[in-house]
Design a protein around this ligand. Structure first.
Ligand code: F6P
Ligand code: MN
Length: 327
């Protein structure tokens, strides 16, 4: 049996990165415990509500954010933290060499229905050691990531991790509290028959994305000549986990429904860390046209279209976009 701490001791990464990953995994254990208690832990509903005893209720995404923030700002190696839940970065130890971005509870609309949610994280180098970390220090492209991963709180809690040398998965043993290695060198098949997209947004997509999905829906009666199947967890962590386990393509494309017309997902703490995992497992991750991890960020909360997973399907999306651009 290999535990997370055994793995980190021999992994090709620094002791600082290992320490930050350990801190995040420990918080994941506490979030798991809260989720297991569910309705009994006063974590459901909207923040700002009162429970039956007249006590303030906190939504689990606020609680998870506070837990990660406390733990990471208490880690000496962490110079600053940025979260989906906070407008601006929070500086920590300015002698630390690392920055951490996270989505504390991805897929949070799943909490109240007892379905899978997750925590996504991205670890970047801090290039301004000695100074107080600010938002601008986080604006590094995805290729700068030193490590990334997610915790999936499903029927069991799993950690998927990359330090730039493949993808490794751990399962949280509920008896011992240890994260135990369950699979390494994860590879995503180049071909797939499963796709994930919220089709209710069809009319808001660009023509090339509509064409790609219409071809999949047409199945063996259309140009693809075979049937495809939809799966949608409504938590990116869940959909990406399925793709790491058995392939597939996940899309949250350019979508005129959103004010910035860039789609829904956030580059820095959703798209970049998931792209790092997907590429490390041999898959592809693009905004439909170009590699996500090459995008130079201009805002810690910027949104980006996402098309990731099995390489040949991601390439097909890209080809259709290029054909439309040329015509
Ligand atoms: O964080 C945003 C998110 O919850 C993702 O986890 C998920 O993939 C997506 O939004 C779900 O979007 P929709 O509400 O359109 O199904
Ligand atoms: Mn999210």
């Amino acid at each position: 049996m290999t535990t997370l701490s055994d793995y980190l001791q021999q992994a090709e990464t620094t002791s600082e990165v290992s320490s930050v990953i350990t801190t995040i995994a420990e918080v994941g254990r506490d979030i798991t415990a809260l989720l297991r208690r569910g309705a009994l832990a006063d974590i459901l509903g909207e923040a700002g509500n009162e429970n039956i005893q007249g006590e303030a209720q906190k939504k689990l995404d606020v609680i998870a954010n506070d837990m990660l923030l406390d733990a990471l700002t208490g880690n000496n190696h962490c110079a600053g933290v940025a979260s989906e839940e906070l407008d601006h970065a929070t500086p920590a130890n300015n002698k630390g060499s690392l920055l951490v971005l996270f989505d504390p509870l991805d897929g949070s609309s799943n909490i109240d229905i007892n379905m899978a949610v997750g925590t996504i994280f991205s670890i970047l180098p801090y290039n301004n050691v000695g100074n107080v970390a600010a938002d601008s220090d986080f604006l590094q492209n995805g290729d700068a990531q030193l490590a990334a991963g997610y915790l999936l709180y499903g029927a069991s809690t799993m950690l998927a991790l990359t330090v730039g040398n493949g993808v490794t998965m751990f399962s949280l043993d509920p008896d011992s509290g240890e994260y135990v290695l369950v699979s390494e060198n994860i590879r995503i098949d180049k071909d797939t028959s499963e796709y994930a997209i919220n089709s209710s947004n069809h009319r808001y997509w660009l023509a090339p994305m509509q064409q790609y999905i219409d071809e999949l829906v047409a199945g063996d009666a259309g140009v693809r000549g075979r049937d495809f199947n939809t799966r949608w967890v409504a938590a990116m962590v869940g959909d990406v986990h399925r793709i790491l386990c058995r392939g597939g393509i996940f899309m949250y494309p350019f979508d005129t429904k959103y004010a910035n017309k860039a789609g829904k997902l956030r580059l820095m703490y959703e798209a970049n860390p998931m792209s790092f995992l997907i590429e490390q497992a041999g898959g592809a991750s693009t905004d439909a046209v170009k590699r996500i991890m090459s995008i130079e960020p201009n805002d810690i909360h910027q949104r980006v279209p996402v098309v990731l997973g099995s390489e040949n399907e991601v390439l097909r999306v890209q080809t259709i976009h290029n054909e439309h651009n040329q015509s």
